[in-house]
Design a protein around this ligand. Structure first.
Ligand code: GLN
Length: 493
């Protein structure tokens, strides 16, 4: 048998990126294709095939999104304690494949069961592949942020393709085929992982590897069976959206209590780093609450208030709303990653708290641009798609200062036995962000159902100006407290 690669060999790689990053990149790219393909289909399918009222479909969509990200915490927890990252990934991937194909068999009848299986699958897959990226780097390796930047491009390539291909096939050909497509690409994603995991050395192996094999297997099977038994419960929670409020009310505080309980095992310095991670997580909730207007109020704004030409081309405004962000991420993420490396060589790279602060300033800038669209409106209340697209460019820079950096931070600031849980917590913040985004978006609509386009424009852009002000305040607070956060982070940048 060939000699297994060691952790040192992996982490002492030369050049900008370790080769293992490319394998994780590809695997995650296909997973995000499946995920965003499914995500893109949800509301359209519920409204046009299950004949749900738009409001119910939106609420259920919000609940599904919230549960997906909430389950990342549970997926991370089981990876840390029992399965290790690899088995978690494998199990998650299998469930995502099963979920997609089950819906494909009879979309109308098996939609909810399949979706719930995919929710659990994503919970096991998503946080743990991100953690494995962090494990490729030595503590203090300045190339880590750039690695997450590249990984983030992979995420967005998959997201763009999945969002386009699955929705298109579903709407114009067959829903069965579209859901099968999601399952099929997930098979590719999982196969990439399975065939390349031999290059991961000891990364992601079971934390219980010292335990007797038979006992360990029993515990692992209990996790697999337990996660299957949770499916009917999640189905109840998703279809009765009033339970979502209750669930969201409980899960956040419960996870915080758990993390504070776990913290007791660690030194003062490690505790302070974890507190810093929690501060970043808290701010990210606010960031995603604004950012995720993309799926809600901004898509309605695109539907009603935008012309359909950008840079001289005729394009549907909703297509721009759904794809421009990922497109800009793909283009700019590697460039921003290289910028961080360059700044770090010159020893002037801003620390993570400052990067987050800058991220919020971009977020504020983007919402000011969304607000400014009102000054380009014609008499009918329709405004410039060009200006709207510029806002997406600006928001993307905000995302790049926060999202890949946050992923990277979770592995820098947490002790190894808590990597999975903290990565799960990072995504749990997205669950709260999504949840709050719906509430914020609903608050922006005009009370009058028959409002004119101009009235809608005024209502939405007023809302965006408000968000811009809050984002500005958020950014200012972050920059102000950044020296304090820096202290909590100790040597981590
Ligand atoms: N778009 C990124 C992804 O899918 C980030 C999502 C999030 O954390 N809300 O991974």
């Amino acid at each position: 048998m060939a000699k297994q690669i060691t952790l040192e060999e992996i982490q002492n790689f030369e050049g900008k990126y370790p080769k293992q990053l490319w394998y994780l990149f590809l695997s995650e790219m296909w997973e995000r294709f499946c995920f965003y393909g499914m995500r893109g289909m949800l509301t359209v399918f519920m409204v046009t095939q299950l004949f749900l009222a738009e409001k119910t479909a939106n609420l259920q969509y919000g609940a599904i999104q919230a549960f997906i990200y909430a389950f990342t915490f549970i997926g991370g927890l089981f990876a840390d304690k029992i399965l290790g990252f690899r088995k978690s990934l494998f199990w998650g991937g299998l469930l995502m494949i099963a979920g997609s194909f089950i819906i494909a068999i009879a979309p109308k009848d098996l939609f909810y069961i399949g979706t719930c299986i995919s929710i659990i699958g994503t919970g096991f897959f998503k946080p743990n592949i991100s953690t494995m990226v962090g494990a490729l780097y030595k503590e203090g390796d300045a190339r880590r942020d750039a690695g997450f930047g590249l990984f983030y491009s992979g995420i967005n390539i998959g997201a763009t393709l999945g969002g386009l291909v699955c929705v298109y096939i579903g709407k114009f050909y067959s829903w069965s085929l579209a859901f099968s497509m999601a399952g099929f690409v997930m098979i590719i994603g999982l196969s990439v992982f399975v065939f390349t995991q031999k290059f991961m050395g000891p990364i992601g192996l079971s934390p219980l590897k010292e335990m007797k094999a038979s006992k360990r297997r029993l515990i692992e099977y209990a996790v697999f069976v337990g996660s299957l038994l949770a499916i009917p419960l999640i189905k109840i929670l998703v279809t009765n959206t009033s339970y979502t409020d209750l669930f969201m009310f409980i899960i956040g505080p419960a996870t915080l209590i758990y993390i504070f309980y776990e913290m007791r095992k660690y030194s003062k310095q490690e505790k302070q780093k974890l507190i810093a991670a929690l501060i970043f997580i808290l701010f990210s909730v606010l960031f995603w609450a604004f950012f995720e207007q993309a799926g809600g109020s901004l898509s309605l704004f695109a539907l009603y208030n935008l012309h359909d030409n950008v840079a001289g081309l005729t394009i549907d405004p909703n297509v721009i709303n759904n794809t421009s962000n990922s497109f800009f991420v793909i283009v700019f993420s590697p460039i921003v990653g290289i910028l961080w490396l360059w700044l770090s060589k010159k020893k002037i790279e801003p620390n993570a708290a400052v990067k987050f602060g800058i991220g919020f300033l971009f977020l504020a800038g983007a919402f000011y641009v969304f607000y400014f669209t009102r000054f380009f409106a014609d008499g009918t209340g329709k405004t410039s798609l060009n200006v709207f697209t510029v806002a997406y460019l600006v928001i993307t820079f905000g995302e790049l200062c926060l999202s890949p950096i946050g992923l990277s931070l979770m592995t820098k600031l947490s002790p190894k036995p808590m990597w999975g849980v903290m990565m799960g917590m990072w995504f749990l913040a997205s669950a709260y962000g999504q949840y709050a985004a719906g509430i914020l978006g609903a608050g922006m609509t005009t009370a009058n159902e028959n409002a004119t386009l101009t009235e809608k424009l005024v209502a939405y852009t007023n809302g965006y100006r408000q968000l811009a002000i809050y984002a500005l305040i958020g950014g200012a607070v972050l920059l102000l407290i950044s020296p304090f956060i820096k202290k909590l982070m100790h040597e981590v940048k």
